[in-house]
Design a protein around this ligand. Structure first.
Ligand SMILES: NC(=O)c1ccc[n+]([C@@H]2O[C@H](COP(=O)([O-])OP(=O)(O)OC[C@H]3O[C@@H](n4cnc5c(N)ncnc54)[C@H](OP(=O)(O)O)[C@@H]3O)[C@@H](O)[C@H]2O)c1
Length: 197
């Protein structure tokens, strides 16, 4: 398969690239890194990505910038980081990418347990996740040509120990569990699902 991974240089992305690159053609994307540089907050840059890459079989997004910080410092400006990044960035990957993806292809977006289990400092991610999950369920009944869409929603992951103090009582998702959540979406048959690895 030809698989685009947006966020390929990140903690999740790096692991997924290593897991999938032996058997698949991987196109690595990031705003400052990868085979193609694309800022997902720009619809024009997203359009150029798909024009450049051509038809593909799967798109995985592990790019979802959000504001992480104290509630008291959060204003419209900070909140828009997640709205324009994790929410609209990922939604535009699908709205634009649906015109370039091969029939029976798939989109897999990233959300997170914060949708239903909020933690201090992460309100922006909770809200963006909820929007993306709603979009995934709605897009699944609209996409044509057998194209599927799912979200993967882990809690804090094994390779991000810097976040452990913010997630008291959460058993981290292992990188293997994360990988298999993405495998279920990309190589399985389900659509409109929020996969909790
Ligand atoms: N880490 C966790 O424990 C955890 C748990 C649950 C959910 N999540 C969610 O999973 C996502 C990924 O987490 P992570 O820890 O892997 O993040 P990360 O290590 O910070 O990596 C983020 C990746 O996204 C790319 N990126 C960032 N902003 C971008 C933009 N505007 N346009 C295009 N690419 C962009 C970065 O590449 P460039 O630097 O080149 O832009 C990088 O490859 C986030 O949305 C996070 O909320 C994380």
């Amino acid at each position: 398969m030809k698989i685009i991974i947006v966020g390929a240089s990140g903690t999740m992305g790096k692991y997924l690239v290593t897991a999938f690159e032996k058997e698949h053609e991987i196109i690595r994307v990031g705003s400052k890194s990868g085979d193609v540089q694309v800022d997902i907050t720009s619809p024009e840059e997203i359009e150029n990505l798909f024009k450049h890459v051509g038809p593909f079989d799967a798109l995985i997004s592990t790019a979802g910038p959000t504001y992480v910080g104290p509630w008291k410092k959060m204003t419209d400006k900070e909140f828009r980081k997640g709205v324009e990044g994790k929410m609209m960035g990922q939604i535009n990957l699908v709205l634009i990418g649906q015109r370039y993806i091969n029939p029976k292809g798939s989109f897999t977006l990233i959300t997170g347990a914060l949708t239903h289990e909020p933690q201090l400092n992460f309100a922006n991610a909770s809200a963006a996740n909820g929007a993306v999950e709603g979009f995934v369920r709605a897009a699944a009944i609209e996409l044509e040509n057998g194209i599927r869409i799912n979200a993967v929603s882990p809690t804090v992951i094994e390779d991000s120990p810097q976040y452990f103090p913010y997630f008291p009582g959460e058993i981290p998702t292992t990188m293997k569990q994360l990988e298999y959540g993405f495998r279920k979406s990309v190589f399985g048959a389900n659509t409109g699902q929020v996969i909790k690895p």
